[in-house]
Design a protein around this ligand. Sequence first.
Ligand SMILES: [Zn+2]
Length: 490
Amino acid sequence: MAAENDFVKTIAKKSVDFSAWYVDVVRKAELADYSPMKGMMVIRPYGYEIWELMRDQLDRMFKESGHRNAYFPLFIPESFLQKEAEHVEGFAPEVAWVTMGGGEVLEERLAVRPTSEAIICSMYAKWVKSWRDLPLLYNQWANVVRWEKVTRLFLRTTEFLWQEGHTVHATAEEAEEETLRMLATYRRLAEEYLAIPVVTGRKSDSEKFAGAVRTYAIEMLMPDGKALQAGTSHNLGQNFAKAFGIRYESKEQKLEYAWQTSWGSTTRLVGALVMAHGDDSGLILPPRVAPIQAVIVPISAGNWRETVLPQAQRIFDELKAAGLRVHLDDRDTFTPGWKYADWELRGVPVRIEIGPKDIDKKQAVLVSRIDRKKSFVPWEKLAGELPRLLEKIQGDLYAKALAFRDASTHDARSYKELQEAMAGSRGFIRCGWCGGADCEARVKADTAATIRVILDRPEPGFGPDDAGRHGTCSVCGKEAPHTVLFAKSY
Ligand SMILES: [Zn+2]
């Protein structure tokens, strides 16, 4: 019993110290650890397995919409980065440089990729010749390096894993369509698999990707009232095509600059998952991205190895054959109670208990990670009942996160209301915005909140309504063509 108590005590309480809780859960559930290099993390197998499940799902969706994977070099010559002026200016402070190789000083220093537009566009300039080559729909799974001063496991680290899509199109309309299609793909991953609701919209000029015409993002609201940008999709217009000379011969045999997009999502999603759903006992993983969906814990009493364990093994085999991700915890060095706490910390959605009494009744006990609610299920019904319970948990987690998001979204019709909301429980502050950079900067200076998105559709009362009536900017009071969400962000 002492071991059990110690176990739970070692995690900070989510409601008391959110940030200490987050680090405790990430490290004690063995998702990741600090590395000897400041600002860089080690992703441990359990954390990597979660990433693999997200990655595989995204990869399937990319391929369904016609994208293909490729791989480009890690190093980018400085002269390539400098071709697009806004791009190099935006990334310069974060770039790590290689100045020596093979014991000699390099003629031109090489950037460790912070993002790959420069190297990929240099190749596209060679490959794209004719309208017949378009659209060109490539994606890369890779690591990138952005030198960060303040870092947090998964959420902001100097090196991280991601995917970056880079596409080329014949028209501006097709590029915009692609930008929005990939934004919708990120939304689907977040909502249907991670069980985290998102808001989508465009970024203001001060928050857009360096070199893009327009940046769209999915934004999540975390339990501490801060927003997390969880995926971005950029319409690059012809900016990079002009800088790198990506031109194609049109059907009318005219030489035209191509239109491009790029879009990315990262291992930060693992951090989002931890924050969004966990509780004081640890992680809670949505079943669709849980490396272990159900853990079978045989009750180790008496001659359990001869009686309980063989039946637990049969249940394991049957559930595994049914395509479920299950694990049998047959360790005899720990008590069942200790094991329960251990698997709860790791966020396994369902625990299946089986003890001597259950053997007599030919049943097992399913326990939900969300509320520890028990259901007693006959052996022959387990393979049917478990998937149903997993789907219920998936849906309940989403509903809970959505209720929190909605309850934490506040309207501000004046600057006073905006400041009060940011000083209080934070969350998303919905208000009208005139579009002025001054008003945006003033909010940031006074409250540290930034515009997370300009909403896809203006909200009546804030932006223009169906009758063409405008709301007002909650900062300056002028007419507001936009409804925006302000929040502090990660
Ligand atoms: Zn204004």
